[in-house]
Write a protein that binds this ligand. Sequence first.
Ligand SMILES: [Zn+2]
Ligand SMILES: [Zn+2]
Length: 137
Amino acid sequence: MGTHSHPELTKNQSLVFGTLNRADGPLTAYAILDLLRDEGFRAPLQVYRALEKLLDFGLVHRLESLNAFVACSHPGCSQHHAVAFAICETCGNVLEFTPDAALKDLSKWAGDCGFSPAKTTIELRGTCRGCGQAATN
Ligand SMILES: [Zn+2]
Ligand SMILES: [Zn+2]
């Protein structure tokens, strides 16, 4: 297998990626902009441009239901076209996983129907284990 070295990132791309990497949870483009004002970011477009490339590289994922972004939790993830997220609505924690069996079902269904998915988004909203336990104590 090849190395998982990151593609050459521009200064803005690595600043945005670093911010997402350090964050505890998903961040919106505007939250990223706020965190990077000291680095010279002034316009949402600068953040969106960097995010677009980072999405292409598979280094970050977009959470559709939150309109927010997270750093990929496993490098080399650019291999997988579809991932799923479990989003805790109590603490905001996001778990990334790859539900292979479910994805296989979806692509079989799509194939049978002659449907060509451009992308697949699976997001579970609910309560993480930690918050679930805290609620019952
Ligand atoms: Zn990933
Ligand atoms: Zn939680």
